[in-house]
Design a protein around this ligand. Structure first.
Ligand SMILES: NC(=O)c1ccc[n+]([C@@H]2O[C@H](COP(=O)([O-])OP(=O)(O)OC[C@H]3O[C@@H](n4cnc5c(N)ncnc54)[C@H](O)[C@@H]3O)[C@@H](O)[C@H]2O)c1
Length: 458
């Protein structure tokens, strides 16, 4: 890799997005500085430890630290001094007082960095933001940076999936870049040259879409709105299947053979969660409303409600399986012992933000059940998010003595669990397959009462 040709890169915010980027771009041959205001996180990364679970990232981190291409810092001055292209990767969570995105972290990062810049630089937003943010960041830069430097802004949204993040960053299926000038476009191209070069050696092409700011910002939220809609669509079909006695898994298979529909993201279950989809579709609605196009996204409100209703469905299934009454205040599960398998919002991640699994565990507890949670990677985060739940160190410990098992995240460990072995440990063989990821026949053969999502009782 011709290192001298490549711009030096900084990544501000070393969470799931920024840390993965910093590490992967060092791997691609760039000199990289990762920056965060969280000193503990930076100390871990600098010490060769990824502060979250992402398959394959630990090895790459250590390799690139050792190669000297990758460093971490908590000094804005060092960042300003080091890099020519600065990527903003800070969080944009839902605001506590409404549905819109909290942009205070973006503002703080830019307002601290801009006054320290001493040469021309490109600030590239990667965080998911409401449309109009890039233009606002440009104003922040104009306010805080030396105008003689002609610092520019670009927006390049990110599509990585946790659990596949390394592959998604090294081999993205597209790069979208909202730019205002040729200079910015060339800088962004240079900042992604490693990605294009890798693709060329593998006889692939990575499409690069150059857009205006607003389109780049909207591409990301539109993509997430579409994915959320696909999931909620099949979960709406699950609701209908439940009252009609049909099987949504067969329905999904049958409609998915139509290539216009496709099978991916058409698994009915407990619905979506995580640090992106839920807050992104809410912020998108809030922003459209502000801009006068609220009606256009009314359907996203419905997608959100369908998604949340799936959690309630598990509660009602639990009451039915445990033979408990459901009153106007919901089911009464007092005195029952339930295992919830899964805390992360999806497998191969330790991310528990807005996780349907933990929401169900908390709701079961609120209904009176004693709930024991186990997750292969998400335990530490889950304990912080839901300290009142009981946590078991292993799958076996979680299910021992329980009257009901709820599979809430489709980890391979749960999909491959032996229902005969687990059947010996529980006090009652009842299972809710919240992800339709188990083989009902196998579980029924082992003596379990099996209930899936959107499927008739097996
Ligand atoms: N996680 C994903 O899969 C994913 C995918 C695509 C897009 N995104 C978007 O990327 C952004 C970051 O998401 P994430 O999941 O990495 O969040 P995260 O919470 O894991 O990381 C955000 C990091 O930003 C740091 N931070 C806050 N203020 C800062 C500042 N002023 N300067 C430097 N660092 C600061 C925090 O300490 C934290 O480490 C969000 O906008 C999200 O929507 C995330």
């Amino acid at each position: 890799m011709p290192g001298v040709m490549l711009p030096r890169l900084s990544f501000l915010g070393t969470g799931y997005l920024g840390a993965t980027y910093a590490v992967c771009f060092a791997e691609l041959g760039y000199e990289v500085l990762g920056f965060d205001i969280d000193e503990a996180k930076i100390a871990k990364l600098a010490g060769g430890q990824v502060p979250f679970h992402e398959p394959g990232l630990d090895d790459l981190l250590r390799r690139n630290l050792a190669a000297g291409r990758l460093r971490f810092s908590t000094s804005y001055a060092e960042v300003a001094d080091f890099a020519e292209v600065h990527f903003i990767c800070v969080g944009t969570p839902q605001r506590p007082d409404g549905m819109s995105a909290d942009l205070s972290y973006v503002e703080s990062a830019v307002a601290h960095l801009a006054p320290l810049l001493r040469r021309r630089a490109l600030i590239v937003g990667k965080s998911t933001v409401p449309v109009g943010t890039a233009a606002w960041v440009e104003q922040l830069v104009a306010k805080h940076a030396d105008p003689a430097l002609a610092v520019e802004v670009a927006w390049s949204p990110e599509f990585l999936q946790e659990g596949y993040a390394v592959e998604d960053v090294l081999r993205p299926n597209r790069i979208v870049a909202g730019v205002r000038s040729e200079w910015a476009r060339d800088r962004l191209h240079a900042a992604h040259k490693g990605v294009f070069d890798l693709a060329a050696t593998e006889d692939r092409e990575v499409p690069l879409l150059i857009t205006d700011f607003a389109t780049a910002e909207l591409v990301k939220v539109a993509a997430n709105a579409f994915l959320a809609t696909k999931i909620s669509f099949i979960n709406a079909m699950a609701e209908v299947c439940e009252v009609a006695g049909a099987d949504v898994t067969l329905l999904a298979r049958a409609i998915g053979y139509d290539p216009r529909i496709g099978h991916r993201f058409l698994q009915a279950g407990l619905g979506f969660g995580g640090g992106c989809l839920p807050k992104d579709i809410r912020a998108f609605q809030a922003r459209a409303q502000e801009l006068g196009a609220g009606e256009a996204l009314r359907f996203l409100h419905e997608m959100d409600l369908i998604n949340i209703r799936r959690r309630g469905r598990v509660l009602n299934l639990a009451a039915a399986l445990l033979d408990r009454p459901v009153g106007p205040a919901g089911p009464d599960l007092s005195g029952t012992l339930v295992a919830v398998l899964g805390a992360s919002f999806k497998p191969n991640s330790d991310d528990v933000r807005d996780a349907p699994s933990l929401a169900v565990a908390a709701a079961l507890r609120a209904a009176g059940a004693h709930v024991r949670v186990y997750d292969p990677e998400g335990m530490d985060n889950a304990r912080l998010a839901q300290p009142a739940l009981d946590y078991a160190p292993t799958l076996e410990a979680a299910v021992t003595g329980v009257a009901l098992v709820v599979v809430a995240t489709e980890w391979a460990e749960f999909r491959n669990a032996d229902p005969v072995v687990l059947g010996e440990l529980v006090s009652g063989r009842a299972v809710i397959d919240g992800r339709n990821c188990l083989d009902p026949e196998q579980w029924v053969r082992a003596g379990w009462t099996y209930r899936g999502m959107g499927r008739p009782p097996a």
